[in-house]
Design a protein around this ligand. Structure first.
Ligand code: PLP
Length: 400
């Protein structure tokens, strides 16, 4: 008998478990809107042309497979910091930024959480309610306490800004506030520029540390700069920030695990010391990050023609999502003009937070073969024009 007979079966992952259930469904009608991965109009996974070109260039160069330094590939690290802040940002010139290449968004968040556990022990991280489910796992497994701030108002299917402000205000001074850089997951609802200004005011007043999770830069609006508005604005206001970046969505490098953790601080000495300690943590967690995807990202960002082409492809992906979003809205209005469906087109990014209850989600899946997370989130990136009418009928039926 195994010594592990007492280990209980873990529940399936609330997001990745949806894909498993989808695979098992034999119906031709089935539609997977669970996981946040971009699909083409034919609902096939998409490898960006610029990625193929960069890979070919790398192959031609005959790159080796040696270890990277603990902090990652130098050309990627400078490229990623410049994408986040803009290439001429003073924090880069003044070397006030510590950037480590890490294992995509998740690994970068995890490294950040380990840093918090070690150097800011006892400090709680405040998460929006709701948030991407893995935030809680990452913090809990790192031994970091987390709490919620209000974010979503089910009445308006919009931002509960007053609740958010109250909760950030009543958090103890020097707390850490996790903020989604853009395209909030799962709600698709972001603060306006005026609201970001008030959140920054409050962070200054309370000496809170903002921790930005930037998983969709360029993917929400199609513009890298527009989607980096919030972290850049907080820096402009004189705040220090931590920011995790992911290249899963905007470069389609999901399985390559390309991302970075940035500490943008007020002086270069601190940045240097923080870097040295973050390296120590990374060494024990995974030693050094994977090389292939970082080379692709550095190549794309570093070659002006590839960079321009990337921006075009990113706009193409963001544009396709906006088109199906609009079409879904139109179809829903046709089916039931009495209900206010404007939340669908007000939300941005990859997801739509439908407000469907768990029982209604079950109806979507059991009756209509539409797979989505239990919180009522659908990935617009998994939808195409041909299926919007079918999806609208399923949603309308489930709401009735
Ligand atoms: N943060 C948010 C809000 C996300 O939605 C995701 C991916 O879905 C991630 C981080 C991390 O993704 P990855 O680890 O693939 O970069």
């Amino acid at each position: 008998e195994s010594r592990f007979t007492s280990v209980e079966q873990a529940p399936p992952d609330p997001i990745l478990g949806v894909s498993e259930a989808f695979k098992a469904d034999k119906s031709d009608l089935k539609l997977n809107l669970g996981v946040g991965a971009y699909r083409t109009e034919e609902l096939k996974p998409y490898v960006l042309d610029v990625v193929k070109k960069a890979e070919k260039a790398l192959l031609d160069k005959g790159e080796n497979k040696e270890y990277l330094p603990i902090e990652g590939l130098a050309s990627f690290r400078s490229a990623t910091a410049e994408l986040l802040l803009g290439p001429t940002h003073p924090a880069i010139k003044e070397k006030r930024i510590a950037t480590l290449q890490s294992l995509s968004g998740t690994g970068s968040l995890r490294l950040g959480a380990s840093f918090i556990a070690r150097f800011l022990p006892g400090t709680a991280v405040y998460l929006s309610n709701p948030t991407w489910g893995n935030h809680k796992n990452i913090l809990s497994d790192s031994g970091v306490e987390w709490k919620n701030y209000r974010y979503f108002d089910p009445e308006t299917v919009g931002l509960d800004f007053d609740g958010m402000m109250e909760d950030i205000k009543s958090a103890p001074d020097n707390s850490i506030i996790m903020l989604h850089g853009c395209a909030h997951n799962p709600t698709g609802i972001d603060p306006t520029e005026e609201q970001w200004a008030k959140i920054a005011d409050l962070c200054i007043e309370k000496n809170h540390l903002p921790f930005f999770d930037v998983a969709y830069q360029g993917f929400a609006s199609g513009s890298l700069d527009e989607d980096a508005y919030a972290p850049r604005y907080f820096l402009e206001r004189g705040l220090e920030i931590i920011a995790a970046q992911s290249y899963s969505k905007n470069l389609g490098l999901y399985g390559e695990r390309v991302g970075a953790l940035n500490f943008v601080l007020s002086d270069s000495n601190s940045a240097q010391r923080v870097m040295s300690q973050a390296k120590r943590l990374a060494r024990a967690l995974y030693s050094n990050p994977p090389v292939h995807g970082a080379r692709i990202a550095a190549e794309v960002v570093g070659q002006p023609d590839l960079f321009d082409e990337w921006r075009e492809e990113m706009q193409g992906m963001a544009g396709r999502i906006k088109t199906v979003r609009q079409k879904l809205y139109d179809e829903l209005v046709k089916l039931n003009g009495d209900k206010d469906w404007s939340f669908i087109t007000n939300q941005i990014g990859m997801f739509s937070f439908t407000g469907l209850s768990p029982a209604q989600v079950e109806n979507m899946t059991k009756k209509h073969h539409v797979y989505m997370t239990k919180d009522g989130r659908i990935s617009m990136a998994g939808l195409n024009n041909a299926k919007t009418e079918y999806l609208a009928k399923a949603i309308d039926d489930s709401f009735r």
